[in-house]
Each structure stands twice: as C-alpha cells, then as structure tokens.
Design a protein around this ligand. Sequence first.
Ligand code: AHR
Length: 884
Amino acid sequence: MKRSFFIRRFCFRNKMLFILLLVEIVSIGVAYPRICNTMNQPDSAYIFSYATSKNNNRNGLHFAWSLDRKNWHPIGPEYSYLRCDYGRWGAEKRMISPFLILAPDGLWHCVWSVNERDGVLAHATSSDLVHWRRQSYPIVIKDKNCLEPEISYDDQAKLFKINWLSVSADKDTLIYSSATKDFKSFAPTTPSLLTRNFNKRVCAIVSGMPEEGTIHKTSWETIDCLIKKSKLAAYENILKGENTKEDPERFAALKGVNASITIDATKSKPISDMLIGAFFEDINYAADGGLYAELIQNRDFEYALSDKEGQDPRWNSYYAWSLIGNGASFVVDTINPIHPNNPHYAILDIQKVGAGLVNTGFDGIAIKSGEGYNFSIFARMLSGKKGSLRVRLIGKKGEHYGEALIKSVSSTWKKYKATIIAKEDISDARLEIIPLSVGRIALDMISLFPKKTFHNRQNGLRADLAQAIADIHPRFVRFPGGCVAHGDGIGNIYRWKNTVGALESRKPQRNLWGYHQTVGLGYFEYFQFCEDIGATALPVIAAGVPCQNSATGGAGQQGGIPMCDMDSYVQDILDLIEYANGDKSTKWGKLRAQSGHPKPFNLKYIGIGNEDLITDIFEERFTLIFNTIKEKHPEITVIGTVGPTYEGTDYDEGWAIATKLKVPMVDEHYYQSPGWFIHNQDYYDKYDRSKSKVYLGEYAAHLPGRPNNLETALAEALYLTAVERNGDVVSMASYAPLLAKEKHTQWNPDLIYFNNTEVKPTVGYYVQQMYGCNAGNEYLSNQVVLSNNDESVRLRVGVSVVRDEKSSDIIIKLVNMLPVKVSTQLNLEGSASLMQSMAKRTVLTAESPSDKLVTPVSDSCDINNKIQLSPYSFTIIRLNTKKQ
Ligand code: AHR
C-alpha cells in the first residue's frame, strides 16, 4: 500500500518535474536566454563557490546563490559542477579548497589543491560555470605541497598571480608565489611577501554549515543556468533510475498494446556491416586461466609481489608451486636465465628420489579422459648426472591420471616435450614433476596445453570459450583492452613487441586488474584468433599516456611518455602495422612469418587511446601518433577516444580534438542503467554525419547488484535497435567486458562467465549473438504506430529493420520491454511481391525480467498473421526475399 502510494507520487512528481523542465530546460546555455524568466528576477546576484570535505573531498565544486551575501541558497543542493580527475580511482580524485575568479578573458578560472602531498596546482576554465574545459595539474613546487591556492589577475602585467601555502614535514607553513600567462609555463616559485594579503576566501553558511569559498557577483542568467543544470541532472537521474520493479505500478492500467509496423523496402540507407564485435580484455582472468589454454599457473615463475601491489604475500615466484614428497628443496633464482625478459626460474634440489614439484593450475587442472596434453619444459642439470623427469597428472590424494617421461636432461638450457594422455575426467588435477635422480636441476617455462585447442593451434586458445566468442559472429575483435591497453602508469603500458616471438622471450607484466599477464596470449595469437573466426582485428594502443586512474609512477595519467621518447613509441606503432601487414622481406613481417603466418593479417583499424583523460599531455601525444599514421599509412583507420562516458569534459574535449584533426572514428564508452538506455535511444539520431564515425567500444546496462539478466539484456537489445538505425554513423559496437572467470571476477556484469569446465553465456550474450547472426548492411525505412502513445510505452517498444545483401534477407528486430503483450501487424511495402510469408522467428524471453537463465528459442511464423511479442521479450523475424 505504502509502496504503491510512493510510486504514484513518484510518477506524479516525475511528470510535474518533466513539464516544468520542458519549459525551463530550453533556456540552458546562451542560445535561448531569458525566454522563461519572470519580470521580477534580479539582473544579478551573488554566487558562492565551495567544496565540502564530504566523501574525502571528492564531491567537487558546488555553488550557492544569494541576493544579500547573507542568506545562501545551495544549488542542487551540493550539485557537483566540476570534479577533480587527478590521481588514482577510489581514494583520490579530490578537490580541496577551490578558488574561483572571473578573468578579463571572460573565463572563470578555478584552481584547487589535489591532496596534502603533491606540489600540484589543479586548474580548469569555464565560460558559464556549467561546462568545464580540460583540467591541468602543473607542478608549481617540487618536494612540497600546494595548499589553499589562490589566483588573481594582474591587469597591468597581464598575468595570473598565484599564491599558496606549503606545509613542510616539520609543520612549518610558508606562502609561495608564482605567476603565469596561460597555466602552462610558470614564473619561478618564490616565497611570497604578500603574507597579509593571503586568504581571500570567505565563510558563508550554506544549509546551516559554515563553508569556505569565494563570492562573486554575476548575472542572474548565469545562476539560472546553474540551477537549471542541477534540475535537469536530477530529472535525468529519475529517468535513469527507472527499472522493471516499478512496472506493475507504472503500467497498472496497461492491458496490452497493438503495434502496426509498416516497412518500406524501397526506402533504405546503407549502414555499417561491421556493427557487432567483441571486446576482449584480460580482466577477470580472461586470458591466463581463461581463453589462453595454458593449464599451468605461474609457469615462468614470474609472479611478483608487485602484481598485487604487495597486498598478498603469497603472490610471488613460488605461487601455485609446492614440493611433494620428502628430501627435496626448491628455490627461485635469476642467474643465467633462459632469457633476460624471463629472469626467474626454479632450482629443485633432490636429495631423495621420489620428491618433486607440483603445480595446482588455475583452481586445479581440468582434464578429459582419452585426450592428449602437450607438456613442455626448459631444464638444465646443475649437478648430478644427465637425469630424467617423470611428469604426472595427479589427484588431490595422489591418484595418477596420466604420465610421461622426459629423458636425458643436459647441463645447458634446453626445451623438452612430451604428451600425456589423461585417463579420467577430472576437474581439479595437478601436475607433478619428479626428477629420477638426486642432484640440482633448473626448471622454467613448465607448460601443459590440451592438444585440442581452438582450431588446433599451438600455444592456442581454450576451444569451448573461443567457440562461444566465435558464435556471436563478431565482425571484429578489440584487444588487449580496456585499461590493460594503457596500463597502470607509463611502465605498465601494453607494448605489443613484448608479446610476440618465442614464449620464453616474451616479457610478462603485472595486470592492472591485480594479477599477472604471461602475454602467452599476445599479438600474434590475437591476430590469429581474429582470422580463425573471420573477424577484423582491432588493436587498441595507448596514446602515449597511461590510464587516467593509474596509481603507479605518478598520480593518474599525469606525465605521459616523455616527448623525447615519443618518436620511438610512434615507431613501435608503425612497426606493428608492418608486423601485421608487411611482407616477409620486411623486418617485422619476417618475424610474423617465422611465427607461422607468412601471409599478412590485413590490419585495417587501430585504436589510439582508451577513454583517456583529455589533457594537453594527451593531445600532444595523440596528435603526433595520429598524424604519423595518417601520413605513413593512410589505409589504416585510426580510432580516437572521447573519454569514459557519454558526456562531460573528456567527451567534449575528445570530440573537439577528433573534429579538429578529422579523426575518422572515435571510441565511445558508457556503462549505464537500463533507464538510461531506454531514455537515450535518440542519442545518435542527432549526431552530425559529417564528423567522425563512432565505435561504441564499451557499453553495458548495469543494475544495482550488477546482474546480467533479462532486464539488462533487453535494455541493450532496445538500445541496439537505435544503434542499427544509426548504423550510418555508428560503425561498430562491442559490449564490455566479454569474459569473467568465476571466483576471479573484478568487474560485473560480463557477457560470458566460465570456470575450468563450463562456459556460461548470459542473457546479454544471446542478445549480442542474435544481433551478430542477424546483421544487415542496409537500414529499411519503417513506421511504427502503437495503440498507446504514452512516452513510457513508446520508449519500451524498439523496432529495427535491416536487409542483408548477401542472403537477401529482411531482418526485423522487435523489442518489447513492457510487462504486457504487444500484438504486432507487419506491413511490408515495396518487396511484397518477393515475399515469402513464412519467416524464421527467434525469441528471447522469460517469466520475469530478473531471470538470468534465458536462452533464445527459434520457430517459424507467418508474417501475414499478427505476431505476439511476449512481455519482456526480444524477437527477430528473418524473412527470405529471394524469388523461389
Ligand atoms: O570493461 C572494463 C573497463 O571499463 C575497461 O578496462 C575500461 O576501459 C573501462 O573503464
């Protein structure tokens, strides 16, 4: 009772707000000033800018307004107009003591302190206080902090003067000064003589709390825009929050909907034939322990404490390895390794034959009876005579499931191979290595692969997982990330050259998701996988800057690869193009050929950057990379980046760079609620077709609790109808992330969950697959008329009609996100004479939108009859139009 009252009130409030906002929102921005102002509004008022210490100072810049400088009205309240992007994700990204001025250039300049540690002055500008331009974080003082920064403009000198406090370790406080014209170069920092003039901040009581900040008199128009922005954001949050739990109330009066869909097959526009792809990132153990079929964990003894930032003392070179039996010891050494990139190896000292080393695999080793497993090892005898090794698959209690013998291990590093045939189906076997003579032996790169990998590749991929990806029919595969591509700090940027060539010479590294990358699944394997599944390779390379949320080697993205090293970084990218496309006579083409692929991989796309913070540092590096590739390889489509979400500073700034440089395509990312996807189906309808095309590189619908269920899947399916409609501007799209290993999941939801023996596609997976298997290259004009035209109803019925020229099929996608049936009449114009009335129908639906175990079901249907779309369903009708 209470709940329904609340929801009715909520819906009522929702409608009222909407009506009010419709009137008000149009006046946001300068385009339509004052159209709805009343005559008795002031021309100007006071604005107070401040930040609170709440949420560890991470809430950013707030405003309050006043007519008399005494009574302050918080806007929002505490709506955040500008948030700091300095430092690592989580505890950092703090805005402390912001200070605002309006400079003669007509821009508001805000400076603030980022923490109690760094001598960094954070700075950003805005022309209207609502939209903020890119941030910069110049270091104004070395080895000291920069607290309570203040700026003023010296009109005579045409300079910004800056003062701040620095507190030394022994708590001495000094005021320092500097000056700048542009916040890029700064006059030398000096201790300030202006001690008495320091602290121009004032105190104001906002919502009963004393806050420190700055006061300015400004036009009412400016304040009005701030107020409207916060109201709009509040309204958008209500829309975003809409979910199916409220549907019984929202649609209490709705009994059913009739839809009439008229398709005019004579009117069409070409759309991308590359729309559905796969996003692969080594997150959630997607690579090692996942898609990469290696069964031995820490095969190279390269796990390091630093992989997990020292937080797990067990995570070191010994991880997953232990001794078995008595009379043996084992240490890890680094003298005279197989390869300098792979410096650690094990020394096993056997005093009594029978003892040895055991590896537990990734949560055990799953084996299948009768199947072969390729074992390999690098070994050298350090003492004792040429020995042999017995290699065995064993159970927890020592049961034997298959074995092999390695003979005559020499005193220099050599690779040995053997095959083990498994005797039983076991999900958690281990691998045991027993030297058959006493003495010391060095061991490294201890590896076990199933013979049956995907496409039977050496150093290949887990067949069932790879097949699940292939079954989506992705037109492209993006790799190696995501954040893994730009890395945690400059040193962690993913360098393709470290991931090719002989496995023992590859350079493993820490994975920013808190584990280890052997890079056994490297660039060669990625290219080969793409080829095996008929997908275009889409490598994404860091734009010379690490992840904006980096914690290592600096704070956030700050720094970037020094410009003096950028030429060689750019050359690495050119070398990648040569590796993929060059013939055997080229240096890098030859390496590819030596790895077993003489023919080029036919690389067409390269992504530069991954949802980076768009700063001057980024722009300088991105521009250099982009211009060089464009000049040397005009045949390659470069994909730029426009930040981590669908709006905001990085989005605006990223798009501005893309437009300025004429970047052919940009990579957009957004993880949003189902409500956002429902209410933003017109997102691309308004995109300028003359600018860059879009690669929607990461997206997913997220609900609290992070399930991948029918509700999130249908929100994605619904949104994809709009993406197909805009397939002339959106060229590619990939759900993210793709894979997640149970018990090792850092990110939810994902598309495919798995463990060592099972692959568990989600409902969202089937949406991707249904789109992937039913793509077209032409969008057909269609009109949808519903018996109920309420916006809440209209937005929950999605229709897309495409034609696939290869099969001549017309494919109709119908999404019903309503809790009632939609009875649909299809009317096909233009191709009626070619039409068969029987069509293939595939439906994804379940009892409840919260259901997770849902799979599509196919049958045939007569499209001359009414087609019933079940509540909460996604239907695809595939109609062959070839003349019989
Ligand atoms: O898909 C998971 C992560 O989300 C990606 O690594 C990153 O690009 C985004 O923030």
